[in-house]
Every structure is written in structure tokens, then in C-alpha cells.
Design a binder for this molecule. Structure first.
Ligand SMILES: [Zn+2]
Length: 297
């Protein structure tokens, strides 16, 4: 999904761990092509302008490999590439084609080489819910092993939504909301307890409780509360407050999920009056900087 406005919101640096890539042809309505500029170039320019406008100094961008690499390589010191899967019938939830071979899974040898070359530093968004594949499905384990071996980020869609009306038409015949529960990642984390795993979209109270269990047990699990412009703000604030009250203010990270939602998502964090300025900075920057080892650079 793609956003529509480039509006400066704040000056302090932000890290966005939830950005998506897609073909430029799918997003032409969001930007105009200037003279002598291809659609790909225009899209890349628009996206980097959007990051600049919101002081996003680092981000993780996931999606079909060709699109991710095209955008990441335009600003490799800012963007970390990620590969999203499993796909369904060769396409992702936006119906973008996933892999060159038309399959639903990234080739492991190819992925290893991309990791070694520094082009990919994460796997995800993991679309198990959309594809109807359980997180502990045997097909998933080689990727967790690779992530553990190379210390890749693992970014998971940990929400039972979106509801059918929120999905792209024609998406996800195998969608299975039962596969969204954060607790389903416990066996994976038990096997690889150091995994840097980010649970996307944790705002439902029952999922918040399951995420708390993982935060208590595993040191490198983080939570994120997108899509903050689509979920009622009191629900997002309540989730964040529950994590903070449980002593986990250092485990919440910022993710926008939609290019057009960056401004609104930042506002949701800024408007959380129960948070101190220090806690807001932790969510918007410090916690992710620590996760990405930027504080050691
Ligand atoms: Zn997403």
C-alpha cells in the first residue's frame, strides 16, 4: 500500500521498521513522473522524499525482492532490505508477484547470497496468516535457521486482520486468522532464543498478553503497533500503556506499514500523553537503534 502526502511532522530522528516495497506501476497515482524520469525513478524519489520529510533516518523495507532492491540500493545506508513470504500462488497480499520462479518461497541459496552481499538483512513481513501457513510449518524452519545463523531480523504479521473488507480484492484464499497469535512464535524462539523478532500489529488485548509472555522470556523480541491510522487510537494507546506498565518500554518500536500513514502514525505516538518524552524517543528511535546495533556504530 502506498501513501499520498509528504508532510513534515517532526524534526527528531525516527526509525521505521515497517516499510513496504512494490512495483512502481502499482503506485503511479501517488506521485508524478518528472521529465526524463522513469516510473521506477519517480517512485524511488517520492519514497526517499517521504522518509526525509519525516526524519526517518533508518528503515526496513520488505516486499518482492526486485522492488526492495531497487529502492534499497538508492539509499543503502538508510534502508535494510527484507524479503516477504510466504506468498500465495506467486503473489503477495497486494497481489504483487513475489519471486522470479513464480513460487511462494525465496530460494535458500539465493537468500544466503543476498545476505552475504549485504542486500538483505531481514526476513518478513512473514505473511503466514495471509498464506495459511503455520509459523511452525516445516517449510518455515530453514528460514528461521538462516535468520539465526546470520542474525537477521524476523518481522512477523502478528494480527488476525485485516478483515476481508480491508484486504486487496482477490487476495488470500487461504487467509487463516488462527495463525496470527504471538504465542505461536514461542517454539521458534525456544529453539533460537536470541532471534531479533519483531511482532507487527500487536494491539488486540489478548495478543498484547501473549506478546508480553514472549517479551518476558526472550531478550530480542520487540513489538510494534501498526497500522496506527486504521486502528482506533485508544486501542493502540492501551496496548502501548500495557507494555510500558509491564516494564517493557524498551521493547516497543515504531512501524508505519503504509507510506501514507507515516504522519498519522507519528501523531498517535506523540499524542500518547501517558508517555514521557524519553519514552516517546525510545519508541520512535532508541529501541530500534539498539535492536539494529546502531548505538554500537
Ligand atoms: Zn506490513
Amino acid at each position: 500500500m502506498w501513501g499520498c502526502s509528504v508532510m513534515p511532522t517532526m524534526a527528531s530522528s525516527v526509525i521505521d521498521l515497517h516499510l513496504h516495497a512494490g512495483p512502481s506501476s502499482s503506485a503511479s497515482r501517488w506521485y508524478s513522473t518528472e521529465l526524463n524520469e522513469t516510473a521506477d525513478e519517480a517512485q524511488t524519489r517520492y519514497l526517499l522524499d517521504t522518509l526525509n520529510a519525516h526524519s526517518i533516518v533508518r528503515g526496513v523495507i520488505g516486499g518482492p525482492p526486485a522492488d526492495v532492491e531497487r529502492i534499497r540500493s538508492a539509499d543503502p545506508s538508510r534502508l535494510i532490505g527484507s524479503v516477504a513470504f510466504p506468498c500465495s500462488d506467486g503473489v503477495d497480499p497486494n497481489l504483487f508477484p513475489c519471486f522470479k520462479d513464480g513460487g511462494d518461497w525465496p530460494d535458500l541459496d539465493w537468500l544466503s547470497k543476498e545476505v552475504d552481499a549485504g542486500r538483505i538483512g531481514a526476513i518478513g513481513e512473514l505473511y503466514n496468516v495471509y498464506a495459511g501457513v503455520a509459523p511452525n510449518d516445516p517449510r518455515m524452519w530453514p528460514y528461521y535457521a538462516l535468520a539465526a545463523k546470520h542474525d537477521l531480523l524476523v518481522l512477523v504479521h502478528a494480527d488476525a486482520g485485516p478483515p476481508p473488507e480491508g484486504r486487496v480484492e482477490g487476495c488470500c484464499a487461504d487467509f487463516d486468522e488462527r495463525l496470527a497469535r504471538p504465542a505461536l512464535y514461542e517454539p521458534i524462539l525456544t529453539r533460537y532464543p536470541q532471534l531479533r523478532l519483531v511482532l507487527y500489529h500487536v494491539f488486540r488485548p489478548d495478543f498484547v498478553q501473549e506478546a508480553l509472555m514472549l517479551l518476558d522470556k526472550f531478550p530480542n523480541v520487540m513489538v510494534e503497533t501498526s497500522p496506527m491510522t486504521l486502528v482506533p487510537t485508544p486501542l493502540v494507546h492501551s496496548a502501548i500503556n500495557t507494555f510500558v506498565e509491564a516494564g517493557h518500554e524498551d521493547r516497543i518500536v515504531f512501524g508505519s506499514d503504509y507510506w501514507g500513514a507515516i504522519s498519522g502514525s507519528l501523531e498517535v505516538i506523540e499524542s500518547a500523553h501517558f508517555l514521557s518524552e524519553k519514552q516517546k524517543r525510545a519508541i520512535l528511535y532508541d529501541n530500534a537503534a539498539r535492536l539494529l546495533s546502531m548505538d554500537k556504530n
